[in-house]
Ligand binder design. Structure first.
Ligand SMILES: Cc1cc2nc3c(=O)[nH]c(=O)nc-3n(C[C@H](O)[C@H](O)[C@H](O)COP(=O)(O)OP(=O)(O)OC[C@H]3O[C@@H](n4cnc5c(N)ncnc54)[C@H](O)[C@@H]3O)c2cc1C
Length: 408
């Protein structure tokens, strides 16, 4: 299939779902959940319809925890349990095994956002290395490790480097330590044969991240793709970036393709600072570039590997269609689909059941430290027309199906 998809091709692909993967099959999507879990999930997604709760809930929860009020148990049983694997790696084992029983793999995501101190960065680096060891000990269930560069170094130092601002001696030493942590993580992945994904962040630090990832790829991707960069297709320059990386470098390349999580922030900053908006002018352009980037990787699997990180059904269907057209085995380890824990189970579990490789991000960390992550999930799920509507409709469909069949 050519890179540029016509409307007819998109239409045909979406309406001839390959290998008959039915994303509306809620029986498969929720086979891992008891009726009581489904009712809890229904209540949770229903609360996301209230903007006040979404806006102030996480802040209020943080305040209560700071004041020592006993809300940890409630959080743990509700939003935390839905979107996170646990407070530490050991806690996550139950969910890892559970997912794996349904052929869904895990990517342990240490989702702590805290103080920007060298002590915290060192501790985070060590924790990420523990996720690599967990993966090395259980490679079929945990095929990747993941981290954010801002977890192991200060945002402002990344921004300065990005902006070509000169660093003083102490800042240079700080940036060197950041780079050393990134290399330590990637080297541990390489030594243990664990692939490492590096998340994408804001545009005003992303050039620095890209440069670090490319340096790591040059070191560790000589034989096969071990280090994966993330590309955000809501940026209008990223399809060219993917293609340029491929033509400029001779080592293997790993790409996690996502649409991008910081759209409003990007737009606001560009407006305030009077520079061109890096974001696509409309959603359709993001979708088009997303599908073309996936297609490009699939056409170049001899030197590319791809993680299709999305909750968008059409993009998944198109990717499956391309795989089928190009004769790519659904178990090819260079092609993974990926969703976040607690979201779009209809995609993850139906894809896995049909033989595709799927890995869920399983975030974990102390409850208080993962509250910002939970706040973002609540926000992302707060549009009634969008994700919440989709999740609620699927849960309701399954509840009804079980009621009719008197299934627990
Ligand atoms: C496994 C996984 C890993 C992820 N890793 C990262 C990461 O490292 N970095 C990161 O930034 N995000 C990451 N994300 C989040 C991701 O970028 C998206 O925000 C999220 O997945 C929603 O996009 P979608 O493809 O699932 O689906 P959709 O619901 O189809 O798309 C929504 C997305 O489209 C884009 N969009 C919406 N409206 C417009 C518009 N008007 N104009 C242009 N674009 C628009 C935005 O990116 C929005 O988030 C990850 C997501 C997953 C599932």
């Amino acid at each position: 299939m050519p890179f540029s998809l016509t409307f007819a091709q998109v239409f045909m692909a979406v309406n001839s779902n390959p290998k008959s993967v039915d994303f509306s099959n809620t029986e498969i999507a929720f086979s891992h959940l008891q009726i009581s879990d489904l009712k809890k999930a229904h209540l949770l997604f229903s609360t996301f319809k209230y903007p006040v709760l979404v806006k102030y809930g996480p802040k209020l929860a943080a305040l209560c925890l700071n004041l020592g009020l006993p809300i940890k148990g409630l959080l743990k049983k509700t939003i935390f349990n839905h979107f996170c694997g646990g407070e530490n790696i050991l806690d996550c084992n139950k969910k890892i095994n559970f997912l794996y029983q349904h052929q869904v793999h895990t990517i342990l995501d240490y989702s702590v956002e805290g103080e920007e101190t060298e002590l915290v960065f060192d501790a985070t680096c060590e924790e990420i290395i523990q996720t690599i060891h967990a993966s090395a000990a259980n490679p079929s269930a945990i095929p990747f490790a993941v981290f954010k560069v801002t977890g192991v170094g200060r945002f402002e130092i990344l921004r300065k480097v990005n902006n070509n601002e000169s660093l003083n001696a102490s800042e240079q030493a700080e940036f060197d330590r950041l780079r050393t942590r990134v290399e330590k993580i990637c080297r541990t992945g390489y030594d243990n044969n664990v692939r490492v994904l590096i998340d994408a962040e804001e545009t005003w630090i992303q050039d620095t991240i890209d440069s670090l990832v490319l340096q790591m790829s040059a070191l560790f991707n000589t034989q096969k793709p071990m280090i994966y960069n993330t590309v955000q297709m809501y940026r209008h320059d990223r399809l060219d970036f993917v293609k340029k990386c491929f033509s400029d470098f001779s080592f293997h390349l790993g790409f996690k393709i996502v649409r991008g999580a910081y759209m409003e922030k990007e737009r606001l900053r560009a407006e305030e600072m009077h520079y061109g908006n890096p974001i696509q002018s409309k959603k359709e352009n993001t979708d088009k570039d997303y599908n073309e980037a996936v297609s490009f990787c699939l056409q170049n699997l001899e030197r590319c590997a791809v993680v299709i990180g999305t909750h968008n059904e059409k993009s998944c269907v198109l990717a499956m269609q391309h795989m089928q057209d190009m004769g790519i085995d659904s178990q090819n380890p260079k092609v993974y689909f990926s969703q976040l824990l607690g979201m779009s189970d209809n995609i993850s579990f139906n894809l896995a059941k049909s033989g595709y490789l799927v890995a869920k991000y399983v975030p974990y960390g102390p409850i208080k430290a993962v509250l910002p992550y939970l706040g973002r999930r609540a926000e992302e799920n707060s549009s009634v027309k969008g994700q919440t509507g989709r999740e609620l409709a699927l849960i309701e469909k399954e509840l009804l199906r079980r009621k009719k069949g008197r299934i627990n």
